[in-house]
Design a protein around this ligand. Sequence first.
Ligand code: ADP
Length: 343
Amino acid sequence: MASLDLQDISKRYSNLAAVDTLSLSIADGELVCLLGPSGSGKSTLLRMIGGFEIPSSGKILIDGVDVAPVPPDKRPTAMVFQSHALWTHMNVWENIAFGLKLRKFSRDEVAAKIARVMELVGLTGYEKRHPSQLSGGQQQRVAIARSIVLEPKILLLDEPFASLDQHLREHLREEVRQIQRQLGITTIFVTHGQDEALALADRIVVMSKGKIEQVGTPDEIYARPQTEFVAGFIGVMNLVSATVSGGSLAFAGEALSAPVADGLATLAIRPEDWKVGEGAGLKATVTRTVNLGAYVLADVALPDGTTVKVHLDKARAVREGDPIEIGIGPFALYRDNMVIHRS
Ligand code: ADP
């Protein structure tokens, strides 16, 4: 319904750049997750898009139009906050109708629009309930209905399910995905949960310290993290320090080609990317196992004393203390601002 262009956006609070010269383009109908640790600037960025914060510098364009002079309630955006902030003295119907009445639709139009969003969020029949008579998940559904009934061009969600339990969160994010697809609405979803981002997003924007670390599809972000920060932040990753010397590095008895400058580098290996079994290379010892259902996540001590995490097939039936042979498979190498991926 709308494209969004952020051009060199910054937000400074005295000495701190909460968002630091950040540029990003989001296509019409995309669902983008802003993902990063607490304090990385996600909410500040979202609030600037919604008009609740004024950028210190930079431009926000919606469908090519600079929205700087437009106040939040006049922007083609709608925001859903972490705490649902429903009006407790109004029932569900009245909560959803409130914004529509301000926009002067006829009574019939209001009724039709509300009926449609109530169906979209699966709450038909709950119109007369008060927020206190709803579960946390239902309250958040009402908050989403209240936002989308205004037919915004861009839907902004700030950790909308953070206060709900894991199971409900997973359920609701699937609902959001379906509603977003049905309406084709450009959506920006802030989360610090990588699972949520990997499950929901067309593209993930990984943020740290007010800057973008990487933008990519969930597959790209997981398989080819471009920075050491992303490598460590997304999924389980073994990060091992290694010294590069003369274009190669020694890791646990193997010399790996490393065409980067000499010095300390970081080797990143996913637990599922080790070769395991006879002839794999390194004679190691299993020191701990965690049964994760489909597979076993094992701590494995290498001959040099380094402990790494390794996915093991359940069929292997290893126990703590067992010997095991592992070898290096696909890996990434980070050195300063460079990354080399080896598959
Ligand atoms: P996130 O959403 O990723 O947790 P925020 O955008 O909330 O991060 O915050 C980014 C940084 O900006 C943090 O260091 C936070 O303390 C700071 N910050 C956010 N809002 C304000 C404010 N109103 N005044 C001062 N500092 C703020």
